[in-house]
Ligand binder design. Sequence first.
Ligand code: GUN
Length: 286
Amino acid sequence: METRILWGKELAQATIQKVAQEVENSRNQGKRPPGLAVILVGKDPASQIYVSHKEQACKRAGIRSMGFRLPPSTSMDEMLNLIKDLNRKEEVDGILVQLPLPPHLDASPIIEAIDPIKDVDGFHPINMGKLALGDEGMVPCTPKGVMALLDHYGIEVEGQEVVVVGASNIVGKPLALLLVNRMATVTVCHIKTRDLASHTQKAQIIFTATGVTHLIKKEMVPRGAIIFDIGISRVRDKILGDADFEGLQGWAQAITPVPGGVGPMTVAMLMVNTLEAYKKRVGLER
Ligand code: GUN
């Protein structure tokens, strides 16, 4: 069996291009550009790279990005005051706080301080709650990017046995909800799951987001499975995924590569969410 590689790079580029076109149309009608505030606390090297990718995408999409790079010593009060300010700013449509935060900053009150209409990450309890109720407004970017890839490659999940490995608030949980909303039969596995392989062996589609290098191997999945690799780990300067990409060649029906698969879609979906927030706020919606 030839394993199909499900690239995300081209779709991400095309998506950003579409956002850029909509922004240009809006600008031609005399409107201000969309604005995205990106807050990065501390010097985590991976976060710095992600934030710079987000800022570069803003440039391509015609979105004005406002970067706030804060020292690791930033206090909760300083964070909450900054978010309050950004909530009030007319020209700011989206507010993103890059995670993880330093250990002394609890993410929950910070995320809850963001005006839900500006919550382009979709992490606010109101937006997560809506997602759980099947009202998909601001949906977290990585799971939304996965769904866009499923659609692009014509992969139907309704009625399928699917497994989500990893139950984070950022990826695993919202992804499981999106899949349930599409009527997939969803099993969520996580760090306390006793026998991971017993679940993945029954799945037609496996979504893995753990950051554990090569956790998912050929022996653990049925022949012809489709694998969405949402994990990222670094091993000696190399970026690797959760799936043993080489070992799964000729066994899996299809697999997303790392890098170049789901990753670029996260950034593209952030542009889509920012455009959506902007349209709501400037009253452009048809
Ligand atoms: N850290 C890892 N992924 C994400 C994301 O999608 N959004 C934010 N804000 N932080 C992250």
